[in-house]
Design a protein. Structure first.
Length: 469
C-alpha cells in the first residue's frame, strides 16, 4: 500500500520538536499571498510528541521563563500560548498564585503535547527517508514511510513542497571510550536522556557513577543522592570541566540569547565563530545555581550527625578507556588533567550526562548534496534568515532549526529564541511581515559600528561688523 499526496505544500517540516512545533503553531491559519492559508505539513517518526521524557525528574524546572513558550515572544495574542493552555486546563488562577516564572519541565512537556494534539497538519509515525529537488516542477520531493504502532513500515508515501524546514534536533552523545559498554545487558551504562526508564535498576546498583558536569548530570546526581540512605550513598560524580561551575545567568550575560547577539555572531568570520562556541560553554553547559545549592544542602544535611556522605565529586577528570569486569561491573580508567595522574574506578552502573550533538544531515539530504554550499569544514552554509545557501537554480528554501550553532551561535538550541526564529522564517517565506520583528533586543552592543565617524567641522562664528572707534 502506497500513500500519495499530489498537491504541493508551501512548507514541509521534518521533525516535530519544540522548534518545528513553534513554526507549525505560528504558521497555523496564516494567509499566503492572498490566496488561502499557508499549506503546511510536519512529519516525525515518533508516535506522538515527547520532550526529553527520560529527564522529566520530579521537581526539575526549565532554565528559561515560561514566556519562552512556542509563540509568546513572537505573538503574545496567539491561541497557542502557555497561558492559554493554562486557561483551557482551568489552572490559570492556581498558576497566578504560585508565582512561578520558571515552570516544571513536565508541565512544559504537557503544554507542548496539548498544542501538538490540536494543531492540524502534524503527522506522527511518519519517517522521512529522502529529500530531492525536482527542477522540472520547482518543488522538493519528500519520501516517507508511514509506521504502525510497533514502529514497523505500514505504507510508503511522497509529498511535494516549495520549502522545507529541518527540525530534527539533537541526539544523545556517547563518548568514544564508553560506546562499547552501552549495550552491555548486565551492566547499566545509559545516557541521561534515558535516565527515568532505567532509574529503578540504577538505584538498585551498589555503586553508581555519574559522568558529566552540566545541568543533567547535576539533576541525576541530586535525584540519586536523595533516594539513597545516608552513609550508604556510594555515588561518584566525575566531570571533565575544571569545576562544577554555575551557568552564566546574569541579566547582561543572558543577552547572548537575544536576536541582537545572534545577528552579531552570524556576521563574524567562520574561524572566529568556531573559536567562540566552545569558549562559551558556561552560557549553556553550566549548572543552575539553585541546583548547585540543593546538592550542597543535601550533602551538608547528611553530616549533621557526624561523618561524611559516601560520595565522591571530582572535576577535571576524563575517561581514557573503559571495560567490563566479569559481567556485573565496569572499570573506568581515569586521568586528572591538572595533576597528570591516572587512576581506576570500579562501578556497578554509569549514567552518561555527556550532552547532545546535532543529528547529521548527510543521509537525509543526500539527494540535495549537489545543490548545497558548504563551509571550509564541510558544514552547510546558512544565511541570516536560517536558510541553507543553495545553488541559484533551486527556487525553494531549506530552513534549519536547532542545527545552525556554527553559524548562529549558542542561542540556536535555546527555547527562548524558537518563536523569534519561527516568526522570521514565516516572514521570509511569505515575503510579508505577519510577525513584525523588534529592531533591538539587548542593551549590550556586541560589536563596533564600522562606519567611520564623521569629523566635526570647525565652528565659525559670524559677528556683525562694527566701525572701529
Amino acid at each position: 500500500m502506497t500513500a500519495q499526496h499530489d498537491a504541493p505544500h508551501d512548507l514541509v517540516g521534518i521533525g516535530i520538536g519544540p522548534a518545528n512545533l513553534s513554526l507549525a503553531a505560528l504558521a497555523h491559519g496564516l494567509p499566503h499571498q492572498g490566496a488561502g492559508e499557508l499549506a503546511t505539513a510536519f512529519y516525525d517518526q515518533r508516535r506522538d510528541f515527547r520532550w526529553h521524557p527520560g529527564l522529566l525528574i520530579e521537581g526539575t524546572t526549565l532554565q528559561v521563563p515560561y514566556l519562552a513558550d512556542l509563540v509568546t515572544l513572537a505573538d503574545p495574542s496567539s491561541p497557542w500560548t502557555f497561558l492559554n493552555y493554562l486557561r483551557h486546563k482551568e489552572r490559570l488562577f492556581p498558576f497566578y498564585f504560585a508565582e512561578q516564572f520558571h515552570i516544571q519541565r513536565a508541565e512544559y512537556d504537557a503544554y507542548c503535547r496539548w498544542v501538538a494534539e490540536r494543531l492540524p497538519g502534524l503527522h506522527f509515525g511518519h519517517q522521512v527517508d529522502a529529500v530531492r529537488w525536482n527542477p522540472e516542477h520547482d518543488l522538493f520531493e519528500v519520501d516517507y514511510t508511514q509506521l504502525d504502532d510497533n514502529g514497523e513500515a505500514e505504507a510508503l508515501g511522497r509529498t511535494y513542497t516549495r520549502n522545507l524546514a529541518l527540525g530534527i534536533g539533537t541526539a544523545p552523545h556517547i563518548p568514544e571510550p564508553l560506546r562499547p559498554l552501552v549495550d552491555a545487558p548486565t551492566v547499566p551504562v545509559i545516557h541521561s536522556a534515558d535516565y527515568l526508564d532505567h532509574r529503578d535498576r540504577i538505584l538498585g546498583a551498589e555503586h553508581v557513577t555519574v559522568i558529566g558536569s552540566g545541568q543533567s548530570g547535576a539533576e541525576v546526581f541530586l535525584d540519586l543522592l536523595r533516594a539513597r540512605p545516608a552513609g550508604r550513598e556510594r555515588i561518584s560524580w566525575l566531570a571533565r570541566t575544571p569545576s562544577f561551575a554555575p551557568m552564566e545567568y546574569s541579566k547582561l550575560g543572558l543577552e547572548h540569547f537575544t536576536p541582537d547577539y545572534t545577528r552579531y555572531f552570524h556576521s563574524l568570520p567562520e574561524p572566529v565563530r568556531d573559536q567562540l562556541v566552545p569558549a562559551q560553554w558556561q552560557l549553556h553547559k553550566g549548572i543552575d545555581a539553585a541546583t548547585i545549592s540543593a546538592i550542597h544542602d543535601e550533602l551538608y544535611r547528611r553530616t549533621l550527625h557526624g561523618g561524611w556522605p559516601d560520595t565522591v565529586l571530582t572535576p577535571g577528570v576524563s575517561v581514557r578507556t573503559a571495560g567490563r569486569v566479569a559481567t556485573t561491573k565496569v572499570e573506568l580508567h581515569l586521568e586528572h588533567t591538572e595533576q597528570g595522574a591516572r587512576s581506576r574506578l570500579t562501578t556497578d552502573a554509569v549514567v552518561l550526562a555527556t550532552g547532545y550533538k546535532e543529528r547529521p544531515l548527510t543521509s537525509l539530504l543526500a539527494g540535495l548534496d549537489p545543490y548545497l554550499r558548504k563551509d571550509s569544514s564541510g558544514r552547510p552554509r546558512i544565511d541570516e534568515q536560517h536558510r541553507m545557501i543553495l545553488d541559484p537554480g533551486v527556487t525553494g528554501s531549506v530552513f534549519v532549526q536547532n542545527g545552525e550553532r556554527h553559524t548562529h551561535g549558542v542561542g540556536a538550541p535555546d527555547l527562548g529564541l524558537a518563536a523569534w526564529r519561527s516568526a522570521g522564517i514565516l516572514n521570509t517565506l511569505t515575503g510579508k511581515e505577519p510577525y513584525p520583528q523588534p529592531a533591538r533586543t539587548a542593551f549590550t552592543t556586541f560589536g563596533l559600528d564600522q562606519r567611520e565617524p564623521s569629523r566635526p567641522r570647525p565652528t565659525v562664528s559670524l559677528l556683525p561688523l562694527v566701525d572701529q572707534p
